[in-house]
Design a protein around this ligand. Sequence first.
Ligand SMILES: O=P(O)(O)OC[C@H]1O[C@](O)(COP(=O)(O)O)[C@@H](O)[C@@H]1O
Ligand SMILES: [Mn+2]
Length: 643
Amino acid sequence: MRAKYLNLLSEKFDSEEKVVTEIINLESILDLPKGTEHFVSDLHGEFQAFQHVLRNGSGNVRVKIHDIFKDRLTEEEISQFAALVYYPEDKINLIKSQVDSKEALNEWYKMKIHHMIELISYASSKYTRSKLRKALPKQFVYIIEELLYKTDEDTNKKPYYEKIVEKIVSLGQAEKLIIGLSHTTQRLVVDHLHVVGDIYDRGPEPDKIMDTLIDYHSVDVQWGNHDVLWIGAYAGSKVCLANILRICARYNNLNIIEDAYGINLRPLLNLAEKYYDDNTAFHPKQQSDKTMSDQERHQITIIHQAIAMIQFKLESPIIKRRPYFDMDERLVLEKVDYDKQEITVYGQTYPLQNTCFRTINPDNPAQLLEEEQEVIDKLLLSVQQSEKLKRHMNFLMKKGSLYLNYNGNLLIHGCIPVDENGNMEEMEIDGAIYQGRELLDQFEYHLRKAFTDVETTDDLSTDLVWYLWTGKYSSLFGKRAMTTFERYFIEDKAAHKEVKNPYYHLREDSEMCKKMLEEFDLDAEQAHIINGHTPVKERDGESPIKANGKMIVIDGGFSKAYQKTTGIAGYTLLFNSYGMQLVAHQHFNSKENVLMNGADAMSVRRLVDEELERQLIRDTNIGARLQEEIEMLQALMSYRYIN
Ligand SMILES: O=P(O)(O)OC[C@H]1O[C@](O)(COP(=O)(O)O)[C@@H](O)[C@@H]1O
Ligand SMILES: [Mn+2]
């Protein structure tokens, strides 16, 4: 086997020199500082805020500009320069409208090109030349490299460089070059991006986030409960599909379904018109930046009811065919007394209000009307035929996982289900018992299986995707039960409560965190758990850094709907060769504000962890892989070339 592999390898490295060059190349990469990792989570469709954070590298771009130019530019000029790097196209247009002569514009171009070259040279200092080359705008690689590697600028070559920049400007290329250099800078300040779940739902543009991630140079995703709901819908789970439609209706986002993904809602609307009327419990949430006519609101309200009732009906057969999901209490339609209009759940009887049960047969409440069945079948077909959704879901499968061990840390959206005593909770799946990491691996196995067979809609794997959204031992949900039905129809808020898994208070304890890290074969002393999912209520004094820094929770509320609760507009985490920093973002007003005022009112930075020694690539996941490659090359060397 080994000889076979070495023979294969020798086809690529067919001379002693080639092997030596590659070994030296890899060795030198190992000694470069570790690249910067950038963590975000709970984006919830907020594309504008997300792309701002990406473009400014959570404040990293400004820090770098500040480092270089603090003695030469005012704070105001630094902010304006930063705005140019974030939004070069728009900023250039703005400048064009402000300057009064072509000469002045050309002078501005020249100065900015020089500044950008300095910035890139600084921002790329920890990368190899080849990596930097890959990040440069293709059409200008040669020119930029000439400008970058100007070793003797102060002496004989200076006029030569001035000439190059002059020429770029006179040939009308300055604008393109500045735009290209800005994107290069954005790319250089972050080496790798982690999205710790919940790209979808609540906000208006998850599809644009997906497109951005697909184009991003290096990224992974830890699925959130909302993401698996979308994966489930595509993978054939009708109940997941009903849920995503219900949430889109609730947040006035049905255009994601219709316009972004091209899914036809007409059959659902027809059904809704037949059976439903106005109902305040189903009015869509008013998003501040969206207007709605009365007619639109009416349509959304009736669609919202139609799909919610389909959802409740679809839950029932799954709960019945999977007794080990242990969800009998969620057979809500069967717990309703239709004459008295009340329900008994968890031993309590409550009156029901705002009901919309016209399609329900009290003798068999979970039975879908033929029309309902037809609608959900058509919707599923339409979902599975959406090319764009297919592309997005494929990407989520390719780059995503339920959890990830990366550079010594554990990244996971929700939780590791534990009991009050901190023991891993057990769950039965298909006759076998799983817990901890094994349980999570089982969930992931089934999710992938469901995705490879989208035709099958009611097998165990597809049902388990829905379980991940809402089940008691789901590592993504992290609560005992979802009280969606109660929230619509019961006034008493006590019935709405969703009890969290004990994980959420036990994670405050560093010993508990260490135990969980060990479960995932990580070095408990060094590692951190990085979570999303539960908004940190900074407003009430809650800290995102818990258990002496072992646990970091980065859901700070990108989602506008949750900003009132958190008091801020999201956290992001940066992990560079010097350690980890948490960035708390202020509310993102608008791109226009950044452009006009250079305002970048975000970041309060907090140190999570400081490395005693600067971390090198040698110490990272990638470093471990490179070391293996070096070993193979050394083996090839002795096998083939040295005797
Ligand atoms: O805020 P809404 O739309 O009422 O949604 C509430 C539901 O969302 C959930 O919190 C899940 O979403 P998150 O992952 O964002 O917490 C459920 O537990 C809850 O029932
Ligand atoms: Mn979540």
